[in-house]
Structure formats: C-alpha cells, structure tokens
Ligand binder design. Structure first.
Ligand code: NAD
Length: 337
C-alpha cells in the first residue's frame, strides 16, 4: 500500500511536491488543500488531486466559483499518514496536525525551532527516520548544504563566507519587487548562515544577502577555507559523487542564470524545473591549496522538492537507507545519477 500524503498549501512549492509525490511508486497524494478557489485549485482538480478547502469559512467561495471540494483540511488530514505544509510562513497549523495525529513536514519559511529537526537527504536522512515533525530548510539553505556537506566530509571546513544574490520573487508573482533596485539584507549574518547550521551545526558560516530584480534563480558566490589541501579536480570530484549537484560551463556559453534555465527547459522536465544546484565548473578556484572559491545557482522553485520526497520516505520509514531514497526520488523525477 502506498503511503498517504496530503499537501496543505498548493502554491509554488505545494503543487511541485504534489506532482513529485504522485510520480513515486511508494506514496500517493490523498488530497491538496487551498484557501482560495483560484486557477491553481481548478488545475489541481483537473489533474485528479482530491481538493479540500483549508477552513470551513472559505467553503462558500469554492461553491460560488463552481469548484468542487471533498471537505475541509480537518477531513483531509483523516485520510493522510503525513501532511506536507507548503503554506506561507507562520500559518500556524501545528496544533491541527497534532490533533489529527499526522506527521508533518514544513518548509523553509518556518523557524528550525518549530520542529527542532531540519532535513537534508545527503546530510542527515538517518536522523529523521520515523520523526514526527521535520522542516525542509529554504531553497538557499538547501543549495548551500548541497555543496558544503561534501566539502566538509572530504576536506573539512574551517569557515565559509557566502554572498547570496537573491531573486526578487518567483516568476508567477506580479506583486513583489524590487523591480529597479538592489536591496541589501541589513541583518548580519543573513538568516541563511544559522539556517545551514540547523543541519550542519559544526560548520562555521557567515552569509550576506542582497536582493536583485530577477525571478529566475538565486546566485551564490562562496568562499570556503578548507582544513585539508585540495585541488580543483578533487573538489569537483567530491561534488560529482554528491547528489543533486549539476555542473555548467561558462566556456560552453553558460554565462548567467538565463542560460541555466534554458538548459532546464531543454532537459524537458516537469515545469522546466532544475532540482539540482548548478555549479560553474570553470568558476571553481583553489588558492594556496585550502582557499576555495566557487559560484552556484539555485532554482528556488524546485530544489527543495526532492528533499521533501526523501523526508517523507525517512519519516514514514519507507526506506531506511538515505542513498537508496535519493536514487529512487531522482529516478522518478528524471534527475540523472
Ligand atoms: P505560495 O504563496 O506560492 O503558496 C502558498 C499556498 O498556501 C497557496 O496555495 C495559498 O493559497 C495557501 N495559503 C495562503 N495563505 C494561507 C493561509 N493563511 N493558510 C493556509 N494556506 C494559505 O508560497 P510558496 O512560495 O509555495 O511558499 C510556501 C513555503 O515554502 C514557505 O514556507 C516558503 O518560505 C517556502 N519556500 C518557498 C520557496 C520559493 O521560492 N517560492 C522556496 C523554498 C521554500
């Protein structure tokens, strides 16, 4: 019997997680819940996902829009072994999940303290086996963990400085900006550094963030002081063996995030998503043996999606071995090994 997964919040992340779950053979989507009867709600029904209204008071809105729902979130939770919460940060559904006795995964908008367990499939799958509540950290944090964890395993990390050039908003959003400005994050470090430590507590990392008018991807410029000497080739080999890291080359015309998303479109995956972290192979430099510099780009709408699938597998103990879960998820999503 496939595990029963519900999705609360069917927006940018929720709809991608729903599709990714539907592609696995050991889990199924038993419902998706929404606050508003918008185009995403209608498409969920057209895709065959059982649709639920989040609360009783929004039910009339769905009726008025002519979109049929199966009930409310409370009823959806009765059908599920686990709920993936992809609502905006601090939506406050933890008591509802506790009352229903379902396991739950939250996204990176939430604080680590909500679950005291943050997940990355390569770094701490085993720690999350059987867990009740888990958080998948944000897109940027997941991106940093994907490349820093293998470096720490192979060479040891003394300290990291990551400068993060963040996209203003997602392509489907016409409300947020900036549209003609560069906005520094004045908090120091930006929340991403402490967030990386929620999964890699021993890594000494400082992060600085600025927001720019683009919607495609985030870009990170990373400087790592390694403990052991490494060559550029050894660093690339460590990442080659790590999951969900993809190399791109400036020499082959990949000069910016625009060409990376063109590659994603050419790969022909669902929604042209790029689940992997893109690292510029010819942008990796080692100075004096231990000082590493590199650039990477993060497709914010999708890099956390395979992590959500692996987190489900760990929490429901559908697979005890993290490596096997990663391979299974990646095969279903078309991510090459
Ligand atoms: P979104 O706005 O695209 O979707 C949110 C969904 O929740 C929508 O279906 C909306 O109808 C519903 N919703 C809105 N308000 C609600 C409320 N008060 N109660 C219940 N449901 C409500 O948001 P998103 O970008 O998918 O973000 C969801 C979570 O994922 C956040 O924690 C966010 O920080 C995190 N995240 C987002 C991105 C990204 O780039 N978009 C990347 C990684 C993680």
């Amino acid at each position: 019997m496939p595990a029963k997964v519900a999705i609360n919040g069917y927006g940018t992340i929720g709809k991608r997680v729903a599709d990714a779950v539907a592609l696995q053979d050991d889990m199924e989507v038993v419902g998706v819940s929404k606050m508003s009867p918008n185009f995403e709600a209608r498409l969920a029904v057209e895709k065959g996902f059982p649709l639920y209204a989040t609360t009783k008071d929004v039910l009339p809105k769905f009726e008025k829009a002519g979109i049929k729902v199966h009930g409310t979130l409370e009823e959806m939770l009765k059908e599920a072994d686990l709920v993936v919460d992809a609502t905006p940060e601090e939506s406050g559904f933890k008591p509802a999940y506790e009352k229903a006795g379902v396991k739950a995964i939250w996204q990176g908008g939430e604080e680590h303290s909500l679950t005291n367990l943050s997940f990355n499939a390569a770094a701490n799958y085993a720690d999350c086996l059987g867990a009740k509540f888990v958080r998948v950290p944000s897109c940027n944090t997941t991106g940093l963990i994907r490349t820093l964890y293998p470096l720490d395993v192979h060479f040891g990390i003394d300290h990291v400085l990551a400068v993060m050039v963040r996209r203003a908003t997602d392509p489907g959003d016409s409300k947020k900006g900036p549209i003609n400005a560069i906005e520094p994050e004045l908090e120091m470090p930006s929340h991403h550094g402490p967030d990386v430590q929620s999964v890699l507590p021993k890594v000494d990392i400082h992060t600085i963030a600025v927001k720019v008018p683009t919607t495609l991807m985030h870009l990170h410029a990373v400087s790592v002081q390694l403990k052991k000497k490494a060559t550029e080739r050894e660093v690339l080999d460590a990442w080659r063996r790590a999951p969900r890291v993809k190399f791109v080359k400036g020499a082959e015309g990949v000069k910016s995030t625009a060409q990376i998303m063109e590659i994603a479109r050419d790969l022909g995956r669902l929604r042209s998503d790029l689940y992997e972290i893109a690292v510029w192979e010819d942008g990796v430099h080692v100075v004096n043996g231990t000082r590493l510099y590199y650039f990477q780009a993060v497709h914010q709408e999708s890099d956390v999606v395979p992590e959500n699938v692996d987190a489900i597998r760990a929490m429901l103990e559908l697979e005890k071995d993290g490596r096997k879960s990663i391979e299974k998820t990646d095969r279903a999503l078309g991510i090459a090994g």
